[in-house]
Ligand binder design. Structure first.
Ligand code: HEM
Length: 380
């Protein structure tokens, strides 16, 4: 994908991907155009306004159409305000000791295994799902199913997923039960607080309650898996920088930022639709056209980043757009950064000889939404 994006940035930065029934789909690849797209209020997120296909009352269908990620103000602002306090850097910093404990436990279990292990399966995948489950208040015994549903929903973007609609149904019935339990016996967790907000009726409605929980799980899970795995992969591909990091742990945070820029976990899923006919850098956009922003491409733009195709964990200024930009800027960025930091800190401390398993070449999953590896076989 990277050479393709490079070519588009140079020759066709507002690229026409398709035209069907008078609706054109575009892709924006330059850093400054991506930022402009994401911060312009008349490039909208809520596609239901365009297609008017909402079937009110059916929670399963509405689960994806009531997420703040896909809404515009004022609904977006109302929902974001409701959960923002749980994700600010100060509140999130309090989770560090617990995340550290989870990372240590996973590494301990991983070390018990013989031979090469898949760092994704054994470490990068379980870590964020345990963290978000605890934050939401999902009981530990339910985590396994949770993991399956979350994975199924995200994988649906890869196209081939016959189980998808059954998994969504099972997920919704599970949430029905969990919400019922928390309604009768509230705990000190995010789900109990959201239920209370729903009961009070002003801040979020019934469908939005389901959508919020699903969003927090899916937006924060595979993305963080990929942050950990992609950054570790980049480090193992650059052994001298990996050694430099092992000797100087103060570089961990900048390694995470470079990992986010270099192998951005969200590739080009971020779409907007055009409210009114307009020009955009020489192209004529019509109302209802769809525009995708390629965050991966923006983060490799030479106009913004010197030697953009070069991984450099000491990069001084690194204002990438891996977490998006504007009003939808990732709410979970402080949590993702903390999980990434604690994960890598523990891996380099407890497994100083960690390396790619001999004779294995990790391959990227074939999905356009996210950038993640199929497997990351390593020796400890
Ligand atoms: C939004 C990336 C982790 C929750 C976004 C957006 C991006 C993004 C690019 C903006 C999408 C758009 O403009 O269309 C990432 C990456 C992550 C990560 C790369 C990990 C490395 C998390 C975590 C959580 C989370 C851990 C929470 C548990 C959200 C939410 C939104 C969002 C709720 C919607 C915000 C809004 O619409 O105002 N994320 N994310 N993300 N992210 Fe993340």
């Amino acid at each position: 994908a990277y050479p393709f994006y490079e070519d588009l940035r140079a020759n066709d930065p507002i690229f026409k991907m398709s035209e069907v029934h008078n609706q054109t789909t575009w892709m924006v690849t330059r850093f400054k155009d991506v930022k402009e797209l994401l911060k312009t209020p008349s490039f909208l997120k809520d596609f239901s306004k365009l297609y008017q296909n909402q079937d009110e009352g059916n929670v399963e269908q509405n689960i994806f159409s009531n997420m703040m990620l896909d809404l515009d103000p004022p609904d977006h602002s109302r929902l974001r305000k409701l959960v923002a306090p749980y994700f600010n850097p100060k509140t999130i910093a309090r989770l560090e000791p617990r995340i550290d404990e989870i990372a240590k436990d996973l590494i301990h279990e991983m070390k018990e295994k013989q031979g090469p292990v898949d760092l994704i399966d054994e470490f990068a995948f379980p870590l964020p799902i345990i963290v978000i489950s605890e934050l939401l208040g999902v009981p530990p015994e339910d985590r396994h199913s949770f993991r399956k549903w979350s994975n199924s929903i995200v994988s649906a973007s890869e196209g081939d997923h016959p189980q998808f609609s059954q998994d969504v149904k099972d997920f919704v019935s599970y949430l029905d039960e969990l919400f019922e339990r928390r309604r009768h016996d509230p705990k000190d967790d995010l789900i109990s607080n959201l239920i209370q907000a729903e009961e009070e009726g002003e801040q979020l409605n019934h469908n939005e309650l389901y959508s919020m929980v699903v969003l927090l799980i899916i937006a924060g899970h595979e993305t963080t898996v990929n942050l950990i795995a992609n950054t570790m992969y980049a480090l193992m591909q650059h052994p001298s920088q990996f050694n430099q990091l092992k000797e100087d742990h103060s570089l961990i945070e900048s390694a995470i930022e470079e990992g986010l820029r270099f192998y951005s976990p969200v590739d080009f899923s971020t779409a907007r639709w055009v409210e009114d006919d307009r020009d955009f850098h020489g192209k004529t956009l019509k109302r209802g056209d769809v525009i995708f922003a390629s965050l991966s491409s923006a983060n490799r733009d030479e106009e913004k980043f010197e030697q953009a195709n070069h991984f450099d964990l000491t990069r001084a200024t690194n204002q990438h757009v891996a977490f998006g930009f504007g009003i939808h800027f990732c709410l979970g960025a402080p949590l993702a950064r903390l999980e990434g930091k604690v994960a890598i800190q523990n891996l380099i401390t407890s497994c100083p000889n960690l390396d790619l398993a001999p004779n294995t070449t990790p391959t990227w999953r074939k999905m356009f939404l996210l950038r993640g590896l199929e497997k990351l076989q390593v020796t400890l």
